[in-house]
Structures are given as C-alpha cells and as structure tokens.
Design a protein around this ligand. Structure first.
Ligand code: SAH
Length: 376
C-alpha cells in the first residue's frame, strides 16, 4: 500500500487496523490483540522470532536445560501412571524454539519403553518457529509432526505440555460504569494520529464465571480470556476415550480479581500497548482460577496451582542441578546456579509463574502435586 507522510511511523498492521476502524468503527480490545498476534500477513506470531537475545523475551527452557529435563521425566512418570499404553502422543502447545521438547526427550530416555511408543505433536502457529523446531529436533529418534491446532492431533492417550502458551490467548476487558451500573467492553479507536482505549457506547454482559469477584466499583476492570473454555473442551473431547494429562506453566494469578494484566514487551523491555502493532509481543496473565474451574466442570481432576519455584523444588531441581554442578567449571557453575535461581527464586520467576495440571483416566495424582487437588 502506498504510504503518505501522515503514515510515517505506522507499521503495516497499524495501517490495516486504522483502515478497519475508519470503515467499521472501534474494534474490541480482544480483536486488536488477536490481530497483533495472529494477523495472517503481519501478526507477531506469524512473522517474528520472539525468543532469545535478539528477540523480545526469554523463557524458562531457554534459561536452563533442567526445566525441560524435569518435564520429560514428569511425562514419563505420567505415562507409567497411565498403565504404560503402547502408544502415547506427547503434545506441546507453542513449543518456541523446540528447546523444552529436546531437553525432555533426552531426559526421558532413562525410562525404559517410554520413547519407543511416543509420537511428538507440536502445535505451532509460526512458520518461522516451526523451522527452528525442526532444526532443534532433527536428531531426535522420535517421530515429530506439526499442527495448526490441537483439534488436528490424532486421538489416543495424550500428555500435553504448555509453557507460556496460554498467555498468548487474546483477552477481553470490561470497565464498570458506576453511573449506568453496567459493564462496557474496552475498545480501540484511532484519533489524532494514534490508537486509543475507549469504552464501548453499548453496555455488555461479561461472561458469568467472571463475575464472582465481589461488587464492582466505577472504573473496575474485568479481564476475561474467551479462548480457555474452547481449549479445555478440546482436551475433554479427546480424553473421552483415552487417558490425558496436561501441564500448563505460565505467569498468572490464582484468585479472581479486578484489574488488567495485558502487557506489551519489545526487545526485553515493557512497551506501550499500541507501540509498533504486529512487532510487539502482547500477553496477559493467565487466570488459573478460571482454567481450574473450566477443567473441573469438564470432568477433569485438577491439581495445583503450585508456584513454579515450589513445583521445581518438589520435582527435584536441586538434585539435578547438583549433578550438573559436579561436572562444571567454576564459570559454568556460576551460570548454572544463576539460571536455577532465576527459575526458583520468589523474587525472580519462582512465584509469579504458576503450574496447573489436569488429568482424566489416571488413577493417581501426577507428581509432584500429591493429593493437592484444586479447591475454590
Ligand atoms: N513454550 C516456548 C515458547 C513460548 S512463546 C518456550 O517456553 O520457550 C509462545 C509460543 O506459542 C510460540 O512458539 C508461538 O509461536 C506459539 N503460539 C502462540 N500462539 C499460538 C496459537 N494460537 N497456536 C499455536 N501456537 C501459538
């Protein structure tokens, strides 16, 4: 599209969204976030390489190999608890650079029989990251297939891993209008050369599950992720005839609360919601209470949430770190200790990140939750 002087500084997606708003009026914030992440031409998770030093953020498996290794051992243990089915699908949602899966498969080799019947299924929206994942997993002995969507993964016993995937699902936001005693959805407008947040002129009915927060005050914000329920429904459908265990790790909160968590990150720094649309990562904290609720309603046994620090300690992160430290030079040892501390320390990722598991068709709770089922 030809650009004129007034377009300078706007990304191609910003121009597209500006045009859409001019033609059809303000768009819900949810649709803005969805376009920023998934627009087929310009979306962040279509075109960008988000991870690592040259990208925008770094994740647990990129910080320490121990993270993926412990998940590999977890998956093998869950397979044993399933009664060692001859075939199992190890599914990862949003596998990034493939690092977690590579570390998991390497560690899981110690459990006899597990990998022989395992097929890996990666659900990934980014062509660019699929190429990276192919390279990372090139030497793996296990078959790997890629899918756009969880619904495309063939049936059968399944172990599903999702690290920093649910935070990508677009959220809706509602603002309480004290005068009208009603909620209005947050929308995005364009005026005076920039995008702006506004309240919809129409009142809205927020999803009923979300309203158990207490009485709202004027200006209170309610955030809701409409993608959670259909995702859990897909898990439920595939576990009707075969066992399933899922593990979600993400930054998030465990009690319903008013407030907004939608955030923008670019080049390892916080950015504005409207900075460089399509070239900035947008995420929202995961509402683990909603996830647990929906999973329980769908008939799953739900475990956790634990903080990531607690979960790693219970899984034996220290013992594994000590094995690595025993073989490390002084410099390597410092780096290993730092990376483990980054994952476990409450002041770093240890508390902000939470871990939830839900299972069906498995007699015992998955490690390391013990009998700790989710309670409202
Ligand atoms: N789990 C990885 C990457 C986290 S970043 C890690 O921990 O390092 C989010 C990942 O999810 C990326 O691989 C991104 O391309 C993918 N993704 C985001 N939204 C998706 C969607 N709706 N469907 C499939 N993959 C998605």
């Amino acid at each position: 599209m030809p650009s004129d002087a007034s377009d300078s500084g706007l990304t191609p997606l910003a121009l597209k969204l500006r045009r859409a708003i001019a033609e059809r009026g303000p768009i819900p914030l949810h649709d803005y976030m969805a376009a920023c992440l998934y627009d087929p031409e310009h979306g962040y998770y279509r075109k960008r390489n988000p991870l690592g030093r040259g990208g925008d953020f770094i994740t647990a498996p990129e910080i320490s190999q121990v993270f993926g290794e412990l998940i590999g051992l977890w998956a093998a243990q869950v397979w044993v608890q399933m009664g060692q089915p001859r075939h199992v699908r190890l599914i990862e949602l949003g596998p990034g650079r493939g690092t977690l899966m590579a570390d998991a498969l390497r560690a899981a080799r110690v459990v006899p029989g597990f990998l022989q019947g395992t097929a890996v299924h990666l659900v990934e929206s980014s062509e660019m990251l699929r190429e990276t994942q192919k390279a990372t997993l090139a030497r793996s002995s296990v078959s790997v297939q890629w899918h756009d969507d969880l619904t495309q993964v063939p049936e059968g016993p399944a172990i599903v891993i999702a690290n920093e995937f649910l935070d990508c699902l677009p959220v809706r936001q509602f603002v309480f209008d004290g005068a009208a005693k009603a909620w209005r959805e947050r929308v995005v407008t364009f005026s005076d050369g920039d995008f702006r947040l506004a309240r919809s002129a129409h009142v809205a009915q927020p999803p009923s599950k979300a309203v158990s927060h207490g009485a709202p005050q004027d200006g209170d914000i309610l955030e809701h992720c409409p993608g959670i329920a259909p995702l859990v429904a897909t898990f439920a459908a595939r576990s009707a005839d075969a066992p399933l265990a899922a593990l979600a790790i993400d930054y998030g909160y465990t009690k319903p609360a008013f407030g907004e968590t939608l955030q923008a990150v670019r080049h390892h720094k916080f950015a504005g919601l409207f900075d460089a649309p399509g070239q900035t990562d947008l995420t929202a904290h995961v509402d683990f209470a909603l996830l647990a609720h929906v999973a329980q309603d769908a008939g799953f046994d739900v475990f956790g949430p634990l903080t990531m620090g607690e979960w790693l300690l219970r899984l034996g992160v220290e013992a594994r770190a000590n094995q690595l430290l025993a073989r490390a030079s002084a410099e390597e040892a410092r780096a290993i200790a730092q990376s483990i501390a980054r994952l476990v320390d409450p002041a770093q990722m240890g508390t902000l990140f939470k871990v939830l598991s839900w299972t069906r068709g498995i007699s015992d709770p998955p490690p390391p939750f013990g009998g700790q089922g989710w309670k409202e």
